[in-house]
Design a protein around this ligand. Structure first.
Ligand SMILES: *Cc1c(COP(=O)(O)O)cnc(C)c1O
Length: 365
């Protein structure tokens, strides 16, 4: 079914997103001829890493090889094995299956193994779309781990995509978490506002509203993903009092360009989404054709800082292979360190000195 038809079928409301999921392309042979050749070969890729492109996201593709296409259509380059199975060593910090406790006060909790689109650069591609990875049993164990660890004050639900759960199931998990008194903040990581905005129904927003403080980290990578449907979805969540952040991934040939990132960040603020992270792509297996040099991210951050609103600035970070966690990177603004001052370069490239120990001197006066 074409996207236009789906739009006109909008009156059926609640069922639309489920229909879009069921009408997704999951086999290279079902791709429109104009978008694909060599389906036989691509089946080798999809036997390793599943494919799913729902009709909404498919309709955003304008040309073969464009930034939307490259995020979702399998590529033979994925068969090249340079990356790692578990780049962030999540299993190594996993006290119970499906939960990663790497930082002192917060955990990552996988509650769904399905997504509205399977991104070709996914860092959890070893898990998503496979049966058995997340089950009632792993969710029960995860909840019980959180209940038993009083230091956990922040729970980040992820997956897969938590918004692929039915409303009732998501609501049940959220109320279980809310019933744990030491959990202060709940976050949901979801690409659905970008990849299947129709899933953000009034009912979903009404359910989520009950669980504040609840934060949503969504994930847009290109300005072309900002559509009328995403404006509506993000507006609905924001109207429910849910602060929205965005975790963008730097991807070669898709968004590794200062002008594209600036347009995306400014566009996100217009739809009430605050840029949160700009990630260096993780070193996941079969994704090396998306990797960018570290300098690309630094150059983009330098291009943004001062030239556009601070609200547009994400934290540029690398999630270290081997499970070290996220490390922020900033361009260098200190030109020289001297005994009593430092020399700083501004966004315009001018240099200024700033005294060290400025507070101490004031106190001595
Ligand atoms: C990214 C991540 C978090 C959340 O990190 P924040 O910097 O607080 O957003 C928590 N746990 C794990 C394992 C993560 O990878």
């Amino acid at each position: 079914m074409r996207h236009e038809e789906l739009k006109s079928a909008g009156g059926k409301g609640k069922e639309l997103w489920r229909r879009m999921i069921s009408e997704s392309i999951e086999d290279p042979f079902d791709l429109p001829a104009s978008l694909c050749a060599g389906q036989d070969e691509l089946e080798r890729v999809t036997s390793l890493f599943p494919m799913r492109i729902n009709p909404y996201y498919l309709a955003l593709i304008q040309n073969k090889g464009d930034p939307i296409y490259r995020q979702c259509v399998p590529d033979l380059k994925e068969l090249n094995d340079e990356g790692l199975d578990d780049p962030l060593l999540e299993e190594g910090h996993s006290p119970v299956p499906g939960l990663t406790h790497r930082y002192p006060d917060r955990v990552l909790f996988l509650v769904s193994n399905r997504c509205a689109v399977y991104c070709r650069f996914c860092n959890r591609r070893r898990k998503v779309g496979r049966p058995g990875v997340v089950s009632n049993e792993t969710i029960r164990e995860g909840l019980s781990y959180i209940r038993g660890h009083k230091e956990i004050r922040d729970v980040l639900l992820s997956g897969g995509d938590p918004f692929l759960l039915e409303d009732e199931e998501l609501g049940r998990i959220l109320s279980e978490i809310r019933s744990i008194s030491h959990v202060e903040v709940v976050r949901i990581g979801t690409r659905v506002p970008c990849t299947l905005p129709h899933r953000v129904t009034k009912d979903l927003a009404r359910i989520l509203k009950k669980f504040n403080p609840l934060y949503i980290h969504t994930h847009f990578n290109h300005p072309r993903e900002l559509t009328r449907a995403t404006v509506r979805a993000c507006g609905r969540l924001a109207d429910a009092g849910i602060p929205l952040g965005c975790q963008t991934v730097l991807l070669k040939g898709i968004n590794d360009d200062p002008y594209i990132i600036r347009e995306l960040m400014q566009g996100l603020l217009k739809i009430r989404v605050r840029p949160y992270y700009l990630f260096q792509a993780d070193l996941a297996k079969g994704t090396s054709h998306f990797w960018t040099p570290l300098q690309t991210g630094l150059d983009i951050m330098r291009f943004l800082q001062g030239h556009t609103s601070g609200m547009c600035l994400p934290h540029f970070a690398v999630d270290l292979p081997g499970g070290g966690g996220k490390v922020p990177f900033l361009p260098e603004y200190i030109v020289e360190k001297r005994d009593n001052d430092i020399v700083l370069k501004t966004y315009e490239g001018k240099t200024y000195s700033y005294p060290l120990n400025v507070c101490m001197e004031r106190r001595l006066e």
